[in-house]
Design a protein around this ligand. Structure first.
Ligand code: SAH
Length: 247
């Protein structure tokens, strides 16, 4: 008995690994957040879908674990990579709990996917060629003070910063707050970029300065990049050099 946790990449079938596609084809039930199951339906029309809105992750994962324990071929899907702000961790925790309570707990098999940091970076050029930090601005599960401290440390260390969950309706001004923290350590001219709806309809890519980034209205489908001191704009691309060109 296995439960697959599958990363589907940024959106379309093109961005999915062959392994993820094969696993989804072999499963009977696909469970996930509604946005992702809707993305998959055209590619896997004959599957049974089980979707729940956001904030019902525990319920959805518990249900999937129970189905897998009964012998169903089932996959829980996440966008990008399931181990990066995805369901892999929660499922491992629920599985460990189930194992203590029953003898029939399914094994968790994690299938990696292309995370937004890399698919978005590819659209921008090469912003992550040197050390970088990935930080989520969502304070739903992480205290805001922890997020602010991590932003500060990353900026202080001159890491390229990749921001997930940069804003939502309730957190409309969080990207501005993050930029203001970074601006304590970095020039307003620092090269930045963002990609919206990577690999999906309406994709938007933009390279801009840190002071311009402060004023954009990001949403939940945007990934943001803040360059380090050597990041540059080259022919419209965002590029962080790593010194290969100098040797
Ligand atoms: N597991 C996912 C991340 C989930 S957190 C992954 O590995 O990519 C959700 C955040 O990821 C979004 O708020 C956004 O910042 C980023 N993201 C995921 N898919 C995206 C896409 N197609 N386009 C732009 N950003 C995306």
């Amino acid at each position: 008995m296995s439960l697959y946790v599958v990363g589907i990449g940024p959106g379309g079938l093109d961005g999915m690994t062959v392994e993820a596609k094969n696993v989804l084809e072999s499963c009977h039930i696909i469970a996930g957040y509604t946005v992702y199951t809707e993305l998959l339906k055209p590619y896997f029309p004959h599957k049974k879908y089980y979707s729940t809105p956001m904030k019902q992750e525990k319920e959805r994962c518990g249900w999937a674990l129970a189905r897998a324990a009964e012998g169903e071929a089932i996959a829980v899907v996440c966008s990008g990579d399931p181990g990066i702000y995805g369901m892999a961790g929660l499922l491992c925790q629920l599985q460990a709990q189930a194992q203590q309570e029953t003898v029939r707990a399914a094994e968790i098999i994690v299938i990696p996917g292309v995370t937004a940091a890399s698919s978005g970076a590819a659209r921008l050029g090469a912003p992550l060629t040197h050390d970088f930090a990935v930080i989520s601005l969502s304070d739903l599960l992480t205290p805001l003070a922890v997020i602010q401290k991590r932003l500060r440390c990353a900026a202080m260390g001159d890491m390229v910063i990749c921001l997930y969950n940069p804003a939502s309706r309730k957190r409309a001004d969080y990207l501005r707050m993050a930029c203001d923290i970074v601006l304590e350590y970095k020039s307003p001219q620092t090269v930045c970029g963002y990609v919206r709806q990577i690999g999906r309809e309406g994709e938007e890519v933009r390279v801009l300065s840190l002071e311009q980034l402060r004023d954009i209205q990001a949403d939940m489908f945007t990934t943001v990049y803040i360059g380090n001191d050597s990041t540059m704009e080259l022919g419209g691309k965002m590029v962080t050099p790593r010194g290969y060109a100098d040797v």
